[in-house]
Structures are given as structure tokens and as C-alpha cells.
Write a new protein. Structure first.
Lengths: 55, 179
């Protein structure tokens, strides 16, 4: 019997694995969304100003 | 120390990831941008402390993370002084970020303790290894692993009702397609 238990995942086990997978996907999607916004002008400007000051 | 132009380029290239990390930590895009700005200023002022050949991105993440932690402690003290509670002061993340789509996830993230939140984001979204995340957070690798596990468990609890439903629907569809 223990062998069948190993082979057949309980619905609860499947569910929690699905949930973890979904959370992982959502987390990466949320993060990538912001990464894809690129570099806002204020940061390019800031670094240019700092750079100029040092030259 | 790398040539100054290289330094600038490398810092610029890290900005998108720094913003994503910052907003995941604090749940507010305006504040995230301020965190990134402060990080760049500090990094620029301390260029000498960057070791050439090491990971520039990890170095910048460390600066941002430390700055966030200091700010977080300061803010919490201020808020607690004002009304004795912190959680109640969290306003809707949708309103703060403009990213409606991930509103529930963002809100759930804010309910994690900051050490679990940062560990989960670094490993689960930024793509750092456990070892790199441990260096950024200045703790042991095992500590990072257990924080990530606890964060995942807690997020699952917070998001389960909605996701259970989604997973069920998806599973039903798969079964139907297979039949």
C-alpha cells in the first residue's frame, strides 16, 4: 500500500504544488513588468550629472 | 576602480532590476524610485569600495537593501509613535503603484516580515543564487533558505483561496482536453 501512496499524489499535494508554481510565476511576472519599464529619464540624468561633476 | 564611464554604464544597466527589487520591497513606486536614487548616489560616492571583478549588481542590491532596512526601522518607529500600529497604515498597493494586475500579490508581500520578503524576491524573482542572496543580506546560506521557505508558505496561505480556485479551473480544463 505505501507504494501506491507514493505513486498517486494526493489532491492536496497537487494543489499546494500548483499554488507554489503559480506564486513563483506571478512573482517573476510582477518583477519583469517593472524591469521592462527600462531606465526612467531621472536616473539617466542623475548619472550624467554625477559623471560630469567628476570630469 | 573601473573607468568612470564603465561605472556609469554598469550602474545604468542595473537600474531596471533595482527598481523592480525596490518596489517589491516597499510596495510603492514613488518610494522605490527614491530608494534607487539614494542607492545610486551612495554607490557613486563610494565607488572605491567596489571590488573590480565582483558582481556590480549584487553590490548595488546590497546598498539598496541596507538603505531600505534603515528606512524601514525609522519609519516603523515614527508610525508606531503616531498611532501604535503599522499594518493599518498600509494603503492599497494598487493605488500606490499603478500596477493593478499584481495588486493582491503586492499586498501579500507587504504582510511578510521584511527579512523573508527580501530573501524571496532575491531568489525567486531577481535570480540570485542562495549564496549571492546570503551575501547581500549578510547572513548564512541556510538562513536564506529557511526564510525563502517560510515566505513561500506564508504567501501560499495568504493567496490560497484565489489561487486554489484558479488551479482547480485550470486542472478541470486540462482533464477535459485530455478526455
Amino acid at each position: 500500500m505505501p507504494q501506491t501512496e507514493k505513486l498517486e499524489e494526493s489532491p492536496k499535494g497537487r494543489l499546494s504544488r500548483d499554488i507554489q508554481r503559480k506564486i513563483g510565476q506571478q512573482l517573476r511576472a510582477m518583477y519583469t513588468d517593472v524591469v521592462n519599464e527600462g531606465v526612467p529619464d531621472r536616473f539617466a540624468d542623475l548619472l550624467r550629472r554625477l559623471d560630469d561633476k567628476n570630469k | 576602480m573601473p573607468a568612470q564611464d564603465d561605472m556609469r554604464e554598469a550602474m545604468l544597466a542595473a537600474v531596471p532590476n533595482l527598481r523592480a527589487f525596490a518596489v517589491s520591497l516597499c510596495g510603492d513606486m514613488d518610494r522605490a524610485n527614491d530608494l534607487v536614487q539614494e542607492t545610486l548616489l551612495r554607490a557613486w560616492a563610494h565607488q572605491d569600495s567596489f571590488e573590480p571583478g565582483t558582481n556590480m549588481s549584487a553590490w548595488l542590491f546590497t546598498i539598496l537593501r541596507n538603505h531600505f532596512r534603515t528606512e524601514y526601522r525609522k519609519r516603523r518607529r515614527e508610525v508606531e509613535d503616531a498611532d501604535g500600529g503599522y499594518a493599518e497604515r498600509l494603503t492599497s498597493p494598487e493605488a500606490q503603484t499603478g500596477h493593478v494586475e499584481f495588486g493582491e500579490l503586492r499586498e501579500a508581500l507587504l504582510h511578510l516580515p521584511p527579512d523573508q520578503r527580501e530573501a524571496l524576491i532575491l531568489v525567486g524573482a531577481s535570480g540570485f543564487s542562495y549564496e549571492e542572496a546570503a551575501r547581500i543580506c549578510e547572513c548564512a546560506v541556510g538562513t536564506i533558505k529557511s526564510r525563502v521557505n517560510r515566505a513561500r508558505k506564508k504567501l501560499a496561505e495568504l493567496l490560497t483561496i484565489e489561487l486554489e480556485h484558479e488551479a482547480e479551473v485550470e486542472h478541470e480544463l486540462l482533464i477535459r482536453r485530455a478526455v
